[in-house]
Design a protein around this ligand. Structure first.
Ligand SMILES: Cc1ncc(COP(=O)(O)O)c(C=O)c1O
Length: 451
C-alpha cells in the first residue's frame, strides 16, 4: 500500500507564524497616507485596525508567536492533510509526483479561517464589538462571521453584488453564523451611493465593497475593519499552511521542485509558498514558485507595478503593488475571490525581485482542470482553486513531455460545494472566457494617484 495522506498530530500545529519580511533581500516600499503622501504610521491605521495587527504589519521578527487561544481554535481544523494525488497522476500518466495541501477541510470550506480567527481575537482583545468587511466569493465573509461568533463580535459583510446573486448558500451560511450580509454597492454608504448613481446595475467589485466596509468601520470607535487578504498580517497568518506542508513533505520524504497557489489578493498563495521562499532566500533552494490568476483580472501578469489605492473610493493607504487600477471592475467570472484589481504588496515585491513566477488562465480551462481533478481525487474544488490545479496539471504534463519526475505541490485553498451553480454553468457550456479589457484598464490606470 502507498501512503496517500500525510497527517500531522495536533501537537505539531505551528506555534509561530513565519514572517517573510525578516528574510527579504530588499525592503518593501512603504504604504503612503493618501492625504499627506507620507509613509503611513501606526496612528494612521489605528482608526480601523487593532495595534497588534498594525505591529505585525511592519514587524521584522522572523517568527511571531500565535496566541494560545488561537492555537486552540486552530485545532478544530488544523493540521490540514497533505495528499499525494496518485489518482490524478495516473489519469495524467505523468512521472511527476503531485501533492496538494487541502484547506477545504476547515468548517467554512477554505483557508480564510486561519486569519479570520486571529483577526477576531486581536480585535476582541482591543475591546472591539463590531467588525466590518467585504467578501468576494463569500468564503471570507463566512470565515469572519464564524470567527466573530467565536469571539463575541458582531460582523457585517458587504458582499460583491454578482456573488450575492450567484451564491445564495454562502449568504445563508454567513447568516447562520450570525453575520449580516449586504449586497455591494449598497445605499448604506456614500461610496456605494456614488457608484449606484453612475452604474445602477453595477456587478460590484472587491474594491467597491472594501470602500463601503472601511467607510462604515470608521464611523464608530468600537468598530474596526477586517481584510481577508492583501495586507502583510494576513499573509503572515496564512503561513501555518506552508509551515505544516514543510513538515508533511518531510514525512513523504520529498521536497517540492514547484509550489503553486491561486492568487486573488495573495493570501493562500503566500500561505503555502512563503515558508518555501524563506528556505530559498536563506538556504539557496531552487524551488519554482508560481502564482496563478484569471485572464480577466491579470494583476501580476499584465498589471502595472505602481502606488495605488486598495479600494475604489481611495479610502485606504496607497500601496505599491501590481494593479489594474482601483477603478477597474473585472468581468463576473465565477472565481469571485480572484476579482481584485490589485495584488498583495509583498507578493508584488517578491515578483519584482524575481522570486516568484505568475501565470494567468481563462475560466473554462480552469474548470476543465477542476473537473479532471474531481473525477480523479473526488474533491470538487472552489472555482478559485481550479486555477492552481490548471497550473499543476500543466506542469505535470510538461514533466511527462520532458520525462522528468519533478515534485509538484499546490494549495487546494477550498472546496466548491457552495459553488455548484458555477459547475452547472460549466457543464452546460455556458461559461464565457474573458480577456481583460485593455481600454478599461487604460482608463483605470489613468486614475492612479500621483506619488
Ligand atoms: C477558496 C479561495 N481560494 C482563493 C481565494 C483568493 O484569495 P487569496 O488570494 O487571498 O487567497 C479565495 C477568496 O475568496 C477563496 O475563497
Amino acid at each position: 500500500m502507498k501512503q496517500v495522506k500525510f497527517m500531522l498530530d495536533e501537537d505539531r500545529i505551528p506555534t509561530h507564524w513565519y514572517n517573510i519580511l525578516s528574510d527579504l533581500p530588499e525592503p518593501m516600499a512603504p504604504s503612503l497616507n493618501p492625504q499627506t503622501g507620507e509613509p503611513v504610521g501606526p496612528d494612521d491605521l489605528a482608526a480601523i485596525f487593532p495595534m497588534e495587527l498594525i505591529m505585525q504589519e511592519v514587524s521584522d521578527q522572523r517568527e511571531i508567536e500565535i496566541p494560545e487561544e488561537v492555537q486552540q481554535y486552530y485545532r478544530q481544523w488544523r493540521p490540514s492533510p497533505l495528499h499525494r494525488a496518485y489518482q490524478l497522476e495516473k489519469a495524467l500518466d505523468t512521472p511527476a509526483h503531485i501533492y496538494y495541501k487541502y484547506e477545504g477541510c476547515s468548517p467554512v470550506g477554505s483557508h480564510k479561517l486561519n486569519t479570520a480567527i486571529a483577526q477576531a481575537y486581536y480585535n476582541r482583545e482591543a475591546g472591539i464589538k463590531h467588525l466590518i468587511t467585504e467578501t468576494g466569493a463569500g468564503q471570507w465573509g463566512t470565515a469572519l462571521s464564524l470567527a466573530g461568533a467565536a469571539m463575541g463580535i458582531d460582523v457585517k459583510v458587504f458582499m460583491v453584488n454578482v456573488s450575492y446573486n450567484q451564491k445564495p448558500y454562502r449568504r445563508a451560511m454567513i447568516e447562520t453564523y450570525g453575520g449580516e450580509v449586504i449586497a455591494s454597492p449598497s445605499n448604506q454608504t456614500e461610496a456605494g451611493r456614488n457608484i449606484l448613481a453612475e452604474h445602477p446595475d453595477s456587478s460590484g467589485s472587491l474594491g467597491i465593497a472594501i470602500s463601503e466596509a472601511v467607510e462604515v468601520a470608521r464611523m464608530r470607535d468600537d468598530a474596526n475593519y477586517s481584510l481577508g487578504s492583501v495586507l502583510n498580517h494576513v499573509m503572515l497568518h496564512q503561513t501555518v499552511i506552508g509551515k505544516e506542508a514543510l513538515l508533511q513533505m518531510e514525512m513523504a520524504g520529498e521536497y517540492p521542485d514547484v509550489v503553486i497557489g491561486c492568487s486573488g489578493g495573495g493570501s493562500n498563495f503566500a500561505g503555502i509558498s512563503f515558508p518555501f521562499i524563506g528556505e530559498k532566500l536563506r538556504d539557496g533552494k531552487k524551488t519554482r514558485i508560481i502564482a496563478v490568476e484569471p485572464t480577466s483580472c491579470p494583476t501580476l501578469t499584465k498589471g502595472t507595478y505602481a502606488y495605488d489605492f486598495g479600494d475604489v473610493a481611495g479610502l485606504t493607504p496607497m500601496m505599491k503593488m501590481h494593479t489594474l487600477g482601483h477603478g477597474f471592475v473585472p468581468e463576473s467570472i465565477h472565481a469571485g475571490g480572484l476579482r481584485y484589481h490589485g495584488m498583495s504588496p509583498i507578493v508584488s515585491h517578491l515578483h519584482e525581485l524575481g522570486q516568484i513566477e505568475a501565470q494567468a488562465f481563462a475560466q473554462n480551462t480552469c474548470f476543465e482542470a477542476g473537473v479532471q481533478f474531481a473525477r480523479a481525487e473526488g474533491i470538487v474544488p472552489a472555482p478559485e482553486s481550479t486555477h492552481a490545479i490548471r497550473s499543476a496539471i500543466n506542469e505535470a504534463l510538461r514533466c511527462k513531455a520532458e520525462g522528468r519526475s519533478e515534485v509538484i505541490l499546490f494549495n487546494l485553498s477550498g472546496h466548491g460545494h457552495l459553488d455548484m451553480q458555477a459547475y452547472m454553468d460549466f457543464n452546460a457550456g455556458l461559461l464565457e472566457d474573458h480577456e481583460y479589457e485593455v481600454d478599461e484598464v487604460k482608463s483605470a490606470l489613468a486614475d492612479l494617484p500621483s506619488v
